[in-house]
Design a protein around this ligand. Structure first.
Ligand SMILES: *Cc1c(COP(=O)(O)O)cnc(C)c1O
Length: 339
């Protein structure tokens, strides 16, 4: 594939093959690859009326020695089972999820960006209720699909720290669906993110809706904080989406870098005590946050607005080093796709 990898950006680019499996009469069919990127469904499909859909997101990379790998796809498979159950959808079996990813990446191997380009192949598994439902109840037919699309480097010309705001909107109710990757969590976040962008902010910091005193996460990434004495702190709440990137960073910090890690409630009030702040997710791995605005008060981290703080940089370099085959990580983290 002869694409300008550094400049493809983050839009959808149609690739050759995608995977489809259908649930009907109480079972998943055997599934397989198709070239057809279009979906035809009833005007009354459950997903269109009641948003019965969930998704996953992971990436395939080319390593330094030319292998194509994915990062901890078993955790995406598990998380999608959790999401499906919470939305009353039939879980797609974990081993079949892994097989679907293998098949799609292999079939689109020419779309996997080369090592060193900074670009990656984004993998999007998702499922939805497809048969007509007008009274509120779960669908009885579902599709599980996976497509891939190449995405450009997240940080063009270095990772510049961003400015975010404490949002007046809430992302996830206590005992709601914040901990699963449901499309509905994103539908209701669109107004908040458009508003934040209009005000000049890159992201929203959402607080716990119950007390509005505790830090939850952004619309699509978990927070990581570094204390002045070098401890990694990540917010704990039942309504935060369990980011695989964040969990991996904490394990890297503790087991490889010998750092102290705390997973606990983080108060809005204590933010000004931290030395560094970042956002963790598959897309950017870690985006540094330089400033958080809270209704007229600005919290400016000592790491500043020019570059990543030193501790977040170390975590970023270690995790991306493992993903790209430059460093050895824990057993089973890097999953090779034989082509
Ligand atoms: C997907 C997602 C993340 C990041 O999870 P990763 O597994 O690290 O990609 C964080 N927060 C929300 C709300 C998400 O949907």
């Amino acid at each position: 594939m002869n694409l300008d990898w550094a400049n493809i950006g983050f839009g959808y680019i149609k690739t050759d093959k995608r995977y489809v499996s259908t649930w009907k009469n109480g079972a998943w069919d055997e599934g397989g690859l198709t070239s057809d990127d279009q979906i035809t469904m009833s005007e009354c499909a459950c997903v269109l009326q009641y948003a019965q859909t969930c998704f996953e997101g992971l990436k395939a990379y080319t390593t330094v020695d030319g292998r194509i790998v994915t990062f901890r796809p078993d955790l995406n498979a598990k998380r999608m089972v959790d999401s499906a159950k919470r939305l009353e959808m039939p879980p797609f079996p974990e081993e079949r999820f892994l097989d679907a990813i293998e098949q799609v990446v292999r079939a689109n191997k020419d779309w996997v960006p080369p090592y060193g380009s900074g670009a990656t192949l984004y993998i999007r598994p998702y499922m939805f209720g497809i048969d007509p439902v007008i009274g509120v109840k779960p669908a009885t037919e579902y599709q599980f699909r996976t497509f891939v699309t190449p995405v450009g480097p997240y940080f063009k010309g270095g990772a510049k720290p961003i400015v975010i705001k404490v949002s007046d909107f809430d992302r996830a109710a206590p005992h709601g669906t914040g901990h699963v990757k449901a499309g509905l969590n994103y539908a209701m976040s669109l107004h908040a993110i458009v508003t934040a962008h209009e005000e000049g902010y890159a992201e929203n910091m959402y607080l716990d809706p119950g007390t509005r005193t505790k830090v939850e996460e952004t619309g699509g990434a978990n927070f990581i904080f570094i204390t002045k004495d070098g401890t990694v702190v990540t917010p704990k709440s039942d309504s935060i989406l369990p980011s695989i990137t964040r969990r991996s960073i904490c394990q890297v910090a503790e087991e490889i870098l010998g750092m102290k890690v705390e997973h606990r409630e983080v108060l809005l009030e204590e933010l000004s005590d931290f030395a560094e702040c970042g956002l963790c997710g598959t897309a950017a791995v870690i985006s540094p946050v330089g400033q958080i605005d809270d209704h007229g008060r600005s919290i400016c981290f000592p790491s500043g607005m020019d570059e990543m703080g030193p501790t977040i940089r170390r975590l970023y370099d270690t995790l991306t080093g493992i993903q790209l085959g430059l460093l050895d990580g824990p057993e089973g983290w890097v999953h090779e796709i034989t082509v």
